[in-house]
Write a protein that binds this ligand. Structure first.
Ligand code: PMP
Ligand code: GLN
Length: 384
């Protein structure tokens, strides 16, 4: 019964592999979610909002004013970006809804969206929902560096209307550098593309620096920036996300979003506003914890004989199984809970072509040290 345009996407790899973890009791290094709660003060702010008698009804369609103000202030304080809290910000049900509403609100059927491959799964599905499609530019392992010539060639496509960027990048953990971003800005300006940037891991950078695309010359007026409280504050289940940018782009997103969910999560929006006002204090310890979790997982996997591509940011590290003589990471991942009691995700889930990057596996390291150690020990036992 599912509509033709959605049929190719099936059930998300995250739902499938988290269900596998639940069924088998395996350690879940698949879907990216922390196994510890975010800051208690933000939870307290949510409880206070729930009990305030003023936050349990619909929020305004754009989001509660405190959160819109906090988002605009954050963009200014951290990146020097000027965003209007009234008509330059749209609060959404996670970054996921911001991405979907962006595609539905901005694309015409037949349009193409320039994106990096591998890519977060919802990009292809939501683009298809809008009757459009992705045009992909490869980030190749083990360094996952952008090839500016390849990008320029792809951007010349006649139907390309939008560039969709994700940095820090899921699944590779690449944090694009100033040179790569300059090349991206150049093609956007040259071909008059709308840029959409998914920056949900903006605060989780361990090497290098996160530079929002909107800060590059000529980009603020054509860039929609998406982020979310899920990753910055470890509340992935709250689903408070947002986008910000020029009013005409935000209005297009709002036009679609109002009919997807209108507005909700009012008490959580209030709590995230309090969190964002003090974002740097909250994210610094999280970043340090994830930095050492990254090092722990990568060192452990390496010592166990896996070839690891060390990520610069985000939640995930990829390992190439080819040096272990394994070419089919999908089959390996499906057998892994039974063999080792661990769940990991085949990176092929993030590629359009089933044959690309067949031997790569993505591991989430947003877990407590003892969980990482136990998983590494189990993975070491099967690599010997
Ligand atoms: N974009 C990327 C790159 C992601 O990894 C995720 C998953 N957190 C999302 C968007 C979705 O974010 P949210 O949970 O806020 O909907
Ligand atoms: N962003 C998370 C990941 O990449 C998953 C979010 C989801 O389940 N949709 O693992």
């Amino acid at each position: 019964m599912t509509a033709t345009r959605l049929r190719p996407f099936g059930t998300t790899i995250f739902a499938e592999f988290s269900a596998l973890a639940a069924r088998t009791g395996a350690i879940n290094l698949g879907q990216g979610f922390p196994d510890t709660d975010g800051p208690p003060e933000i939870i307290d702010a949510a409880i206070a909002a729930l009990r305030s008698g003023r936050a349990n009804q619909y929020a305004p369609a754009a989001g509660v004013p405190e959160l819109r103000a906090a988002i605009a202030a954050h963009q200014h304080r951290r990146y020097g970006l000027d965003v209007d809290p009234d008509d330059g910000v749209q609060v959404t049900f996670g970054a996921t809804e911001a991405i979907a509403a962006t595609m539905l609100g901005l694309l015409e059927p037949g349009d193409e969206v320039l994106a990096l491959e591998p890519y977060y799964d919802s990009y292809a599905a939501t683009t298809a929902m809008a009757g459009a499609s992705l045009r992909l530019v490869a980030l190749r392992p083990p360094e996952f560096v952008l090839d500016a010539d390849e990008l320029a060639r792809a951007a010349a496509g006649e139907r390309v209307r939008m560039l969709l960027l994700n940095s820090p990048h899921n699944p590779t953990g690449r944090v694009l550098d100033a040179g790569e971003l300059a090349a991206i800005a150049r093609v956007c300006v040259e071909h008059d593309l709308v840029a959409v940037t998914d920056e949900v891991y903006e605060h989780l950078v361990y090497d290098g620096e996160h530079i929002p695309l909107a800060t590059l010359p000529g980009m603020a007026q054509r860039t929609l920036t998406i982020s979310s409280a899920g990753k910055s504050f470890s509340f992935t289940g709250w689903k408070i996300g947002w986008c910000s940018g020029p009013p005409e782009l935000v209005a297009a997103v709002a036009a679609a979003k109002q009919f997807l969910s209108f507005a909700g999560g009012t008490p959580l929006q209030r709590a995230v506003a309090a969190g964002l006002d003090d974002a740097e204090r909250h994210v610094a310890p999280l970043r340090a914890t994830l930095h050492s979790a990254r090092d722990r997982l990568c060192a452990g996997l390496r010592a166990a004989g896996y070839e690891v591509c060390v990520p610069q940011g985000g939640y995930f590290a990829n390992a190439d199984l080819a040096p272990l003589g394994i070419e089919d990471a999908d089959a390996w991942c499906r057998a892994l809970p039974g063999r080792a009691g661990v769940v990991a995700i085949p990176a092929s889930a993030f590629y359009a072509g089933a044959d690309t990057a067949r031997s790569l596996v993505r591991f989430a390291f947003c877990k407590r040290p003892e969980v990482i150690d136990e998983a590494v020990e189990r993975l070491a036992a099967i690599a010997r």
